[in-house]
Structure formats: structure tokens, C-alpha cells
Design a protein around this ligand. Structure first.
Ligand code: TYD
Length: 215
């Protein structure tokens, strides 16, 4: 069912449970006959996935913050132009795991880059396309990193706790600046309850009311 476009993004520090919530939201929409387009950054196109592999490599090449900023935005430009914008233009619901908020939080607040510069790069990559709703799954970074401690860590997961604290504070600052768009949720609560809060908010934002198909 086409219900009119809606662009929803999820943000949060490492291990905050975004991907679980993205899937639960997709399922809730599907039960009501709404097929959402799901994507995640960095990734979602062949080029963006190549860029992603640079960040996920066990031995990533040395990279200055500006290169990092531009690579995330190169991956984003391709995703926005070939996936997100066409899907929204076709009246679809798009759910993206991370978007421009990640760049402001990680490169801006985490790497201490100039926030205006980060915003300029984000705007260039997106043509100014902003999400309608941003869910921030807020979690003390120590807790989230603990959840990942038994896995092979990537470039960002290996950063010091202070880096992740700055990212978290950055996210909270961004949310407070734009409370119409951002919804702060406590990520340590039960995933089912969390999913319900997300759903309540999405229902309010949906262009038309959707009813459950009974399964
Ligand atoms: P990923 O494995 O997708 O992490 P997660 O499951 O937490 O989303 O890795 C993406 C990493 O890239 C994550 O640590 C956040 C970081 N990142 C940035 O630093 N800037 C960005 O603009 C984006 C999109 C991601």
C-alpha cells in the first residue's frame, strides 16, 4: 500500500539496538500492508558498500578526519540520489539506519570537526533532504560497547570511551536543538516497549491512518 512518503532515520551510539528496532518497525508497517524501504549507512548501494568496507576493514588505511567526512558523504550522496529520493518520490516510507545525524555526532562532536563544515558537507550530499522523524536510541556508551566487546571491533568501536561520550553528548545536543524532528528514547528499556513507543510516534506522523490486517 502506498500511503504517502515518510522518511524516518535511527541514530545512536554503538550497540544501542538500532537494527533491532528498524526491523521491528518494518514488521509493524508490513502487518498494516505498508512495505517500507529499509537501508543503512554507510551502505545501501554498490559504491556505498565499497566505502563501508574501508571503515570496517580490520586494518583500515590511515584517514584524516576530512577524508572520513567526505567518504561518509560520498556514500550518502549515492544512496540519497539512487535509493532514498526515488523511493520518497514514489510515495514510500523509507527507514534509514544512520543518516546525517551520525556525521554531526561522530565527525562533528566525536572528531571535534567544525560543525558548520560538517553541515555543509551533509547538505551537499543530500541536497538538503532531511528526515521527517529521527529516533535517537540513547545509551551510556560503556553499556553499548560492552555489548560488542566479544566481537571484532571496527575503526569506531576501537575509539576511546571519551570519543563515544562526546558522540552521545553530541546526539543529545542535536536532539534538543530540533525537538520537532528528534525523539530521544532510552535504549536500555525492554525492546518490545521501545518498539511500541516508536510505533506510537510513527503512527502520528504517517500521512494516512493504517489499520492492522489482523495477523
Ligand atoms: P556499523 O557497523 O554500521 O555500525 P552500527 O551498527 O553501530 O550502525 O558502522 C558504522 C560506523 O560508522 C559507526 O561506528 C558509526 C560510523 N559513522 C560515522 O562515523 N559517520 C557517519 O556519517 C556514519 C553514517 C557512520
Amino acid at each position: 500500500m502506498e500511503i504517502g512518503s515518510l522518511f524516518i532515520t535511527f541514530e545512536g551510539t554503538e550497540g544501542s539496538g538500532k537494527s533491532t528496532q528498524v526491523k521491528l518497525l518494518r514488521r509493524k508497517l508490513a502487518r498494516r500492508g505498508v512495505a517500507a524501504v529499509l537501508t543503512a549507512e554507510p551502505g545501501g548501494t554498490p559504491l556505498s558498500n565499497r566505502i563501508r568496507s574501508l571503515f570496517k576493514a580490520q586494518h583500515p588505511p590511515p584517514m584524516v578526519p576530512l577524508a572520513e567526512l567526505l567518504l561518509f558523504n560520498a556514500a550518502r550522496a549515492q544512496l540519497v540520489e539512487t535509493v532514498i529520493k526515488p523511493s520518497l518520490a514514489a510515495g514510500k516510507v523509507v527507514i534509514c539506519d544512520r543518516y546525517t545525524g551520525s556525521t554531526l555526532a561522530y565527525q562533528g562532536f566525536g572528531r571535534c570537526m567544525d560543525l558548520d563544515l560538517v553541515e555543509t558537507a551533509n547538505r551537499l550530499a543530500t541536497g538538503g533532504l532531511q528526515p521527517d522523524l529521527v529516533f535517537l536510541l540513547d545509551l551510556p556508551p560503556g553499556v553499548g560497547l560492552q555489548r560488542k566487546s566479544d566481537q571484532r571491533l571496527d575503526r569506531f568501536e576501537r575509539e576511546a570511551l571519551e570519543f563515544h561520550e562526546r558522540v552521545r553528548e553530541g546526539y543529545l545536543t542535536l536532539s534538543r536543538r530540533d525537538p520537532q524532528r528528534w525523539v530521544i528514547l532510552e535504549a536500555e528499556q525492554d525492546p518490545v516497549a521501545l518498539s511500541q513507543s516508536i510505533w506510537d510516534r510513527v503512527q502520528e506522523a504517517l500521512p494516512v491512518e493504517v489499520g492492522c490486517k489482523g495477523y
